[in-house]
Design a binder for this molecule. Structure first.
Ligand SMILES: [Zn+2]
Length: 252
């Protein structure tokens, strides 16, 4: 990718986490989208809340990486993370096993959720009309090679925030001239920094703390953990959030 520089344009909005690894906090709901670029492909993690938002992400990443998005990983089937997927044509779409069926059967819920949260009704209806379901179900883990040694492991770490939570581990490498790069874990909404984790009717609250233990096992002590909403956090934050969730859902 091009060097990070200040000023208008995509590099202003995308936060560089490690070589070839960026994320953006989208407006309105502060949902995170992440991207990992190799010499042959670009993986996008989540796609925004409308087709227009997805299209903006597509063109910004093309400018940042100089190539098109080739793979999409959906962290969970909520409107603010999946409704931009149809803006990407010809990509391979991954989700936790069962997420495709949930998306197919919850079109009305997705549209209603989006509108309730402030998406324009026309934009929500359009995105749901062309909803893309993941064709590659992930149970356990799979690793994608993006070229130039850049890899990403998609891990089914749920259930927790939903019945179908997928995390993405991007291993750091020693190839960065500035020093060893950190591992980066995109956590989806299993982790939130900007507020209390949101537990809706599709949450599996009793099993959520275990999902955070699986995230910690995935990334280890030194990884950068990227929440679905909010600032990047560390392993200590995950442990504290796990304990808080365990107390909250035991008492409720
Ligand atoms: Zn969510």
């Amino acid at each position: 990718m091009q060097a990070h520089h200040a000023g208008p344009g995509p590099s202003h909005r995308w936060e560089r986490l490690a070589p070839g690894v960026v994320r953006r906090r989208l407006p309105q709901w502060d949902a995170t989208v992440g991207a990992v670029g190799g010499t042959e492909g670009v993986l996008l993690i989540d796609t925004g809340s409308t087709l227009a938002e997805g299209a903006g992400i597509r063109s910004e990443l093309r400018e940042l990486f100089g190539r098109a998005v080739t793979h999409v990983a959906l962290t969970h089937p909520h409107f603010d993370h999946v409704l931009g997927t149809a803006a990407f044509s010809g990509v391979q779409v991954y989700g936790a096993v069962g997420a495709a069926e949930v998306l197919e059967h919850s079109r009305d819920t997705l549209r209603a959720d989006a509108v309730t949260h402030g998406v324009a009704p026309d934009a929500a209806a359009e995105a749901v009309d062309v909803l893309v379901r993941p064709r590659h179900p992930v149970s356990g883990e799979i690793t994608l090679s993006l070229g130039g040694g850049r890899r990403a492991t998609l891990a089914n770490v749920g259930p927790g925030h939903t019945g179908h939570d997928l995390a993405v581990l991007v291993p750091g490498g020693a190839e960065d001239p500035a020093g060893p790069a950190p591992d980066v874990v995109f956590c989806g909404d299993l982790v939130e920094e900007s507020g209390e984790p949101q537990a809706g009717p599709d949450a599996h609250t009793a099993r959520w703390p275990d999902a955070l233990d699986r995230l910690l096992a995935l990334g280890g002590e030194d990884a950068l953990y990227v929440p679905g909403h909010g600032a990047v956090v560390d392993a200590d934050f995950l442990r504290a959030q796990r304990d808080t969730l365990a107390r909250r859902f035991t008492l409720s």
